[in-house]
Design a protein around this ligand. Structure first.
Ligand code: ADP
Ligand code: GN1
Ligand code: MG
Length: 373
């Protein structure tokens, strides 16, 4: 059996708990997520057939209540499954499928306090770290819009809030300010310019939450982590097939999903690009995503929601930037890093994008107007 870089000593014990079939032949770390530890498991079935699973050690530091989180996922995927079947789709490929433990539980808690879960591996798909064609991005927009539409009547009251105030930008700003004030690693002096950039935009942070509080924007069921690598494309047809990473499905604003997709996918470079001259917010990708997302939502977004989409893009990008920068200042305790200064590089791309959006603001607003009807 091939085992590369096993981060978790208890993985063998965890694997044995789940209701898999066949003989395990390979296990390896998988994907580029910043949060959970993800592994691909390959099993051999009779007659040369292979079956694959995704095993994840959930990030218990970040997700404090894994039982509630898994209940959310089981309920949401069950709901999506019905909708997919009703529209003649394939529920094993178009939504995540939780593999239960042999005892029928949604996850396994080992003696070391690690929470493990398993999904069917969705075969013959590609996962993109960067937009490769405008069509991919358009398809992802329709898929995230559809996700929103399919969950429009989901009883939001049944959802646990897996990370309180996840996209509450004013709270994120307070946390950022605290990280600057504490300066635990003595790094603040190295990033004065970035800190000043973030502090100068405090006034923006409460725009969306104020509109929500005033009843001018509706609360919906949202994904909240809609970056392009949280969607799987069918390898053959290249269609956006399945939305994954459902850990943060919670009540939220449509702007959170729209904005997070823009910050990641409409950028001309990767999230951690060191050469900032390569980073811009591509206006044509912004337009394509706006068109696709509104189509996918099926005309359900209100005029006010559409008017505020540019602010969604800017705030989600800004918020992610201050989260990366705060993590850099706190010693890289939240997002996985793969090199020194990784979180700082990430923060810088986000701020570059924010500045670019500010320069393109009138065009972004005009695009919203264009697709309003
Ligand atoms: P994180 O929260 O750490 O981002 P994800 O749930 O997004 O974790 O998983 C990390 C990566 O693993 C994804 O970007 C994708 O490449 C891959 N992945 C996750 N679930 C599946 C699945 N069911 N089938 C195929 N690939 C998957
Ligand atoms: C994390 O889990 P992943 O890698 O898809 C983070 C998002 C950030 C993103 C930045 C639960 O997403 O909020 O926008 O990194 N997820 C969580 O790349 O914090
Ligand atoms: Mg992910």
């Amino acid at each position: 059996m091939k085992t590369e870089n096993m981060a978790c000593a208890r993985i063998e014990e965890a694997i044995a708990q789940f209701a898999t079939t066949g003989v395990l032949t390979e296990q390896k770390p998988y994907g580029n997520g910043h949060i959970n530890d993800t592994f691909l498991l390959v099993y051999q079935l009779p007659e040369g057939i292979k079956k694959q699973y995704i095993l994840q050690r959930m990030n218990h530091d970040i997700f404090k209540k894994p039982r509630e989180l898994m209940e959310n996922i089981v309920h949401v995927t069950g709901y999506l499954r019905e909708a997919i079947i009703a529209q003649g789709g394939d529920p094993e490929r178009e939504t995540l499928n939780v593999v239960k433990t042999r005892g029928g539980e949604n996850y396994y808690l080992d003696d070391g306090g690690n929470y493990w879960r398993m999904f069917l591996f969705i075969e013959r798909t590609v996962c993109l770290e960067k937009v490769e064609s405008a069509k991919d991005f358009y398809d992802s927009a329709v898929a995230f819009g559809n996700f929103q539409r399919m969950l429009a009547d989901y009883p939001a009251g049944n959802l646990y809030e897996t990370i309180p105030n996840f996209h509450h930008t004013p709270s994120r700003f307070q946390a950022f300010r605290k990280a600057v004030a504490e300066d635990k690693m003595g790094r603040a002096a190295l990033v004065r310019e970035e800190i000043a950039f973030a502090l100068a935009r405090e006034r923006d942070t409460c725009v969306l939450t104020d509109l929500l509080a005033a009843g001018q924007l509706p609360l919906r069921v949202t994904h909240n982590d809609t970056k392009l690598n949280n969607i799987l494309f069918d390898e053959e047809s290249r269609k956006a097939l399945c939305i994954i990473d459902l850990d943060t499905v919670m009540p939220g604003l449509s702007h959170y999903d729209f904005g997070d997709s823009i910050r990641f996918g409409a950028s001309t470079g990767e999230e951690d690009e060191k050469d900032l001259s390569k980073i811009e917010m591509d206006l044509s990708l912004y337009e394509i995503f706006t068109k696709g997302y509104l189509e996918g939502c099926g005309g359900r977004l209100t005029d006010k929601e559409i008017e505020m989409l540019p602010m969604g893009a800017k705030l989600m990008t800004y918020e992610c930037g201050i989260r990366f920068l705060a993590d850099y200042l706190e010693g890289d305790v939240y997002f996985k890093i793969h090199r020194d200064g990784h979180n700082l590089d990430r923060a810088r791309t986000q701020f570059k994008l924010v500045a670019d959006m500010e320069a393109k603001w009138d065009d972004m607003r005009a695009i919203g107007e264009k697709y309003r009807n």
